[in-house]
Ligand binder design. Structure first.
Ligand SMILES: [Ca+2]
Ligand SMILES: [Ca+2]
Length: 360
């Protein structure tokens, strides 16, 4: 710690007094004196009498004690389940009446510091007449993917009653697929039941809300061009990152060609400002590369929120198989923040690892 004092009136020389009061010195950074925080909870308005509240919580140093969570709605006790990975507490309720409700939460960290929180939420039983909205469907229509196990990504939100996982209907070439869905963010995904053949495939998806309203049917036709399977025991992968301009990319490709790699992996920031001109330059440089080239997303690659990366190089959350090696790519930044990214990537990673018995 560094304390500094500076005079601002020389005429007071020798006359000033500084008092320091209520100082606490913590020599061991393991000491925890700060109670947990409830950062927010949602939803504030619900359209069903059965539902789930999600509280985002945080604690520095010792972490939240899951046994200390005490939750009441309108004075009645409810069970709160703590999800340590996502730092969230879930509270499920059944049969609450229409109108305003009061939520009270008490919880402690593992050092015994306690916090209390009170909030309001509303149940509105007006009729749900609109179907869910489907966006962010991947692979995009007319796009090409370099894997025969492409991750099918989507976002489904419904303005009132919401969508249950079992009411999402996703087909690849008329074969229904199992989906994983996160109600809170609306993100979800599927992995094909079996590897897809090279060539065109048709993805069809629709969903139904809890009132029975059905969304539009959304269709995407995409191409699978799996990377050539090689039988070599050891493969060489050249890894690039942060080239930002086509000139640096070109230089690295020039150098890389001397290694004769089997595969090139770009770990993000292949462009700087995410403009169409930049992406056109990148495509031009890559057109001379004869080796398979995988590109993962850096924050600069979606700075403009363009879909150029997805259109040209497929979804940035993906599962690839190459020779004796699997490669899993994830996207931890949206508009330069991890908070808005697709949270179902954790589940995707678990499933991708479980279907893989190769090197990762
Ligand atoms: Ca604490
Ligand atoms: Ca609805």
């Amino acid at each position: 710690m560094n304390l500094s004092f500076v005079e601002d009136d020389k005429s007071l020389k020798g006359l000033s007094t500084i008092y320091l009061d209520d100082l606490k010195f913590i020599y061991n950074e393991g000491n925890d004196y700060t109670p947990p925080k409830v950062l927010e909870f949602k939803p504030k308005t619900m359209y069903t009498t059965n539902g789930r509240l999600t509280l985002r919580v945080n604690d520095d140093i010792s972490g939240i004690d899951p046994n200390s969570i005490n939750i009441k709605i309108d004075g009645k006790a409810y069970k709160g389940v703590y999800d340590e990975i996502h730092k969230e507490i879930y509270v499920d309720f059944i049969g609450l009446a229409e109108g305003n409700h009061i939520l009270n939460v008490q919880l402690k960290d593992k050092a015994g510091n306690e916090t209390s929180f009170e909030g309001n939420f509303n149940i509105v039983l007006e009729e749900d007449k609109e179907g869910p909205k489907i966006t962010n469907l991947y692979p995009l229509n007319s796009s090409k993917v370099r894997t025969n196990m492409p991750r099918i990504g989507f976002n489904i939100l419904d303005d009132k009653t919401g969508v249950n996982q079992n009411d999402i209907f996703l087909f690849i070439d008329s074969i229904q697929q199992n989906v994983f869905y996160d109600k809170t963010s609306g993100y979800g995904f599927a992995l094909p039941k079996n590897p897809l053949s090279n060539g065109e495939h048709t993805l069809t998806i629709y969903a139904r809300d809890q009132k029975g309203n059905v969304s539009d049917v959304v269709v995407s036709k995409f191409w699978v061009e799996d990377m050539n399977v090689i039988s070599k025991k050891d493969i060489v992968i050249d890894v690039f990152a942060d080239t930002h301009t086509k000139y640096y990319l070109d230089e690295l490709i020039e150098t890389s060609s001397k290694d004769n790699p089997d595969l090139i992996l770009h770990a993000g920031d292949i462009v700087d400002g995410d403009t169409k001109e930049e992406w056109d330059g990148i495509k031009e440089v890559l057109s001379k590369v004869t080796k398979p080239f995988i590109i993962t997303a850096g924050n600069h690659d979606s700075l403009n929120n363009s879909n150029e990366l997805l259109i040209n190089f497929g979804d940035s959350t993906q599962f690839y198989s190459y020779g004796n090696t699997n490669i899993i790519t994830l996207n931890s930044s949206k508009m330069s923040s991890i908070y808005n990214t697709d949270p179902t990537q954790y589940e995707f990673l678990k499933r991708a690892l479980s279907i893989s018995n190769k090197k990762i």
